[in-house]
Design a protein around this ligand. Structure first.
Ligand code: ADP
Ligand code: ADP
Ligand code: MG
Length: 668
């Protein structure tokens, strides 16, 4: 076994490889780009070396530099993770030439599977069923069009060098073929430097079922069963599970045998995945082989109890496979959810930025989290926006699904947009719950999975307002002049806070198209919150970075994360980003149109220029506040009738306090 390996990757997979290596007593070497100098994978390894600037070609794809580091630090092997150099035949060869073990298949196997077309030719010869289609060398557009017509529409044009769901075009009619072909070629050339394509029959509601295979250098290969990765967006996996719902022992054996035959046909060594596309009736066809560890390998680990990275390292060091086919069995059910920094409502557009808040569920035998992120980390534009993999295990699918829902509910990430709420809806959706999976599940249930945001939940407003009140209290300092006088009422925080029932503070928020307002009064242990005329009794206690709220008889935990003017609120069933309408910054805006005039700063009332019942015009002076030796006149934002004056001359008012209530004048 190796005593030191270099991990030529970043993020969760680098951390995950390091974890197993460490457990096996192998020293680990990290490499990093300038964007990752403070990243988790650097800390997870025993040694770390800088590669260069953030772009992958200057860092994680810099094969020469990585090999130079490996040789200089004495690493005997390089684990490439997934993506980057993991399926790069040239790199695998360069490792061999440098006398460093590439933890992966032989270069010839990578080459054989690198082109989807060549792979299909090899698989066809090995007797593995193929999707009806054309995967020949002749790329003449006229011939391709004829082939498409022969296959029958709809067809799928795929880049032979493609990956990551890119370079694919669905063609539904002959008239669309030429345009789609030209577009697929441009994308393939731009994305993979190779404009060759293949054509397949486009299956309309298929499932993606793949088989994890493992080969060793002694000619043996086994199947570690299937994973169902049908829940996809833009041909990329979102949820993966094992075993596949509805799989029979007979079909599992047939698919496993086909996959092992595929691996043996190319002299496969190490971890690989044979991807099949399956009809709803179970008929399956070879799609492609990924010659690396797959993102979703943890679901296989959860149901087999095996550590696939350990298998990779053992096999790479020349050992036999750690288990025979007969020794492998499936126990329970596992599901993985990929947490991405992306906005599902904007076409899953990646979201970059700094992670201001990060809370993940507790891990254990049933919940596993693989991530390279934590609070304060940056999601950079240079790399894949996957934040974490949440993997759960249960005795059966329904237990696993319930555990996943509970775990997702505990995930809180603020600072970047995430797909967490979308994952919750998908996992809760009846189509997923019943296991009726197909690759169109997300599009077919678009209305349910992408609901409009709806009204701001009252709980979100209440939690945000309570947090606002507490922050104001913590940051409101008495003026320096009176702070010197120990008897000054300014220092009597109990007099200052809490607000009495009469002295309510109004907090206003914008939430997309919505506008919400909360009127808070009373002490923290007996708050009264009024939203749209409805009163809610709340008791609020700060517990670490959360609020423990007793709302009526219900006890909940809520977290409010402050991002500039925005407040991200997490509470049971609530994930909401609100914008606080600071009365200082928004004087005369929404906060005041609602009929409450909030104090723009803390101060003392030095004059009240109106009385209840007065009819005032726009701009009429109502109250004068003094703060920091300066007077500020609060005037009417619109014509109205004074319905309440909540403070008198000499009263101290906190920022946000509701000074005067106005109502619209009666129409005459
Ligand atoms: P899996 O089948 O393991 O789920 P994905 O297609 O989601 O694989 O890709 C796995 C990782 O590899 C992702 O991080 C993705 O960004 C990266 N990746 C996939 N294809 C390519 C490619 N052609 N070039 C570079 N990176 C890729
Ligand atoms: P990639 O290299 O991007 O992973 P794949 O060939 O594995 O490309 O296909 C990715 C996804 O596209 C599949 O998981 C499946 O959802 C869809 N797909 C691929 N081939 C077909 C097909 N013939 N019919 C329908 N959907 C397909
Ligand atoms: Mg694929």
């Amino acid at each position: 076994m190796f005593t030191k390996i270099l991990i030529a990757n970043r993020g969760e997979i680098a951390c995950r490889v390091a974890r197993t290596a460490r457990r096996m007593g192998i020293r680990t070497v990290a490499v990093y780009s300038d964007a990752d100098a403070g990243a988790a994978h650097v800390a997870a390894c025993d040694e770390a070396y800088r590669l260069g600037p953030p772009p992958p070609r200057d860092s994680y794809l810099n094969a020469a530099k990585i090999l130079e580091i490996a040789r200089a630090c004495g690493a005997q092997a390089i684990h490439p993770g997934y993506g980057f150099l993991s399926e790069n035949e040239g790199f695998a060869r360069a490792c061999a030439d440098a006398g460093v073990v590439f933890v992966g298949p032989p270069p010839s196997a990578i080459a054989a599977m690198g082109s989807k077309s060549a792979a299909k030719t090899i698989m066809g010869k090995a007797g593995v069923p193929l999707v009806p289609g054309y995967h020949g060398d002749d790329q003449d557009p006229g011939l391709l069009a004829k082939e498409a017509a022969r296959i029958g529409f709809p067809v799928l044009i795929k880049a032979t060098a493609g990956g990551g769901g890119k370079g694919m075009k669905i063609v539904r009619a002959a008239s669309e073929f030429d345009g789609a072909l030209a577009s697929a070629r441009r994308e393939a050339q731009a994305g993979f430097g190779d404009d060759r394509v293949l054509i397949e029959k486009y299956l309309t509601s298929p499932r993606h079922i793949e088989i994890q295979v493992f080969g060793d250098s002694h000619g043996r290969a086994v199947s570690l069963f299937e994973r169902d990765c049908s829940v996809q967006r833009r041909h990329q996996k979102v949820l993966e599970e094992a075993p596949a719902p509805g799989m029979t022992a007979e079909r599992r054996r047939a698919m496993g045998d086909a996959a092992v035959a595929a691996a043996q046909a190319i002299g496969y060594v190490g971890a690989g995945t044979v991807e099949f596309i399956a009809e709803q009736d179970g008929t399956f066809y070879f799609m492609e082989m990924n010659t690396r560890l797959q993102v979703e390998h943890p679901v296989t680990e959860m149901i087999t109890g095996q550590d696939l990275v350990e298998w990779q390292l053992r096999v790479a060091s020349g050992e036999h496979l750690p288990a025979t086919q007969a020794e492998l069995a499936i126990r329970g059910h596992a599901i993985e959810a990929r947490l991405y920094a992306e906005d599902p409502d904007r076409g899953f557009l990646p979201s970059i930025g700094s992670i201001a808040h990060w809370r993940m569920p507790e891990t254990g035998a049933r919940v596993r989290i693989d991530t390279g992120f934590s609070a304060g980390a940056e999601v950079s534009p240079y790399y894949d926006p996957m934040l974490a993999k949440l993997v759960v295990w249960g005795e059966d699918r329904e237990h696993a699904r319930a555990t996943l829902l509970a775990a997702l509910a505990e995930c809180e990430v603020a600072g970047v947009a995430t797909n967490i709420a979308f994952l919750e809806r998908t996992v809760a959706h009846e189509a997923f719950a019943t296991g009726r999976l197909d690759t169109g599940l997300i599009e077919k249930n678009h209305a349910a999975l992408f609901p409009p945001p709806g009204r701001t939940p009252p709980l979100a407003l209440v939690a945000a307002a309570i947090d606002e009140l507490a922050t104001l209290r913590a940051t409101t300092q008495p003026p320096a002049r009176v702070a010197a006088d120990p008897h000054s009422p300014w220092l009597d925080t109990d007099a200052w806070w809490p607000l009495s029932a009469r002295h309510a503070a109004v907090f206003a928020y914008r939430d997309g198209e919505e506008h919400g307002e909360v009127r808070l009064s009373g002490p923290f242990d007996a708050l009264s919150a009024v939203i749209e005329g409805k009163r809610i009794a709340v008791r609020a206690v700060r517990e670490g970075d959360r609020w423990r709220l007793d709302v009526g008889t219900r006890r909940i935990d809520a977290t409010v994360v402050r991002l500039g003017e925005d407040r991200v609120v997490f509470a049971p069933g609530v994930r909401r980003r609100l914008t606080y309408l600071d009365p200082l910054l928004h004087a005369g805006e929404e906060a005041q149109h609602a009929g409450h005039l909030a104090a723009p700063m803390s101060g003392t009332v030095v004059a009240v220029q109106v009385k209840v019942g007065d009819r005032v015009g726009r701009g009429a002076p109502l109250i004068v506040l003094e703060a920091m030796k300066m007077e500020h006149t609060i005037s009417a934002p619109a014509p109205g009738i004074v319905t309440a004056i909540n403070f008198a001359v000499g009263d101290r008012v906190p920022e946000g306090a509701d000074l005067v209530d106005l109502e619209d004048p009666p129409a005459t």
